[in-house]
Design a binder for this molecule. Structure first.
Ligand SMILES: [Fe+2]
Length: 193
């Protein structure tokens, strides 16, 4: 087992607008991705490289799903790490970077919510090594849509499983709840790193 599941049980029942049932169910899915990632990597150590094939082959299928499980595990880790029961003020360096990149913090929130409304996957706020600015990028499933040269500083899970227990189809209400629980200190530390 190379990949370890991190413990986020401290969030259960402690977040604003995200119920214990919702977070517990979500943590269960996260655990599943970590398990599958370890399983895929283990199988890849033995899979016959001669059996690769565009249509089907054990090795080819494992390689096709490897990034799904890896991003499924680590995007969820980033997501739960950037949630907190005790949200604080946004660090000034992060605020400055958001203003430099989006014009204002309000416009960053507006862009984040607009992008989140349009994907069934993820929105990640990144520090781009291409232009030195912050961007919101839209991802599909777990493995499609993240441009190169990006460091993820905030992960927003937009899959229905992240909110449907609490909000049904009312995704805008989930996005408001998410923003109430963001740990801006963690996001600021990721940017500083
Ligand atoms: Fe999720």
């Amino acid at each position: 087992m190379i990949h370890q599941q991190k413990d986020f049980t401290h969030l259960v029942g402690k977040l604003q607008g995200l119920s214990a049932t919702q977070i517990e169910a979500h943590l269960g899915l996260y655990a599943g991705y970590v398990k599958k990632l370890n399983e895929i990597e283990e199988k890849l150590t033995k899979a016959d490289r001669a059996q690769t094939n565009y249509s089907y082959g054990e090795y080819s299928e494992l390689k096709r799903r490897e990034a799904v499980a890896l991003n499924g595990a680590y995007l969820h880790q980033l997501y739960f790490e950037n949630l907190t029961a005790k949200p604080g003020k946004m660090p000034s360096a992060l605020e400055k970077a958001l203003i430099d990149s989006f014009g204002s913090v309000d416009f960053y929130f507006k862009d984040l919510k607009a992008a989140a409304s349009a994907t069934p996957g993820w929105i990640v706020t990144t520090y781009s090594k291409v232009d030195g600015k912050l961007h919101n990028y839209m991802m599909f499933e777990h493995h499609i849509g993240l441009p190169v040269h990006q460091d993820v500083i905030l992960a927003l899970d937009c899959w229905e499983h992240a909110f449907m227990i609490d909000y049904g189809t009312k995704k805008p209400d989930y996005l408001e709840a998410f923003l109430k629980n963001v740990d801006w200190k963690v996001v600021g530390e990721r940017l500083a790193a």
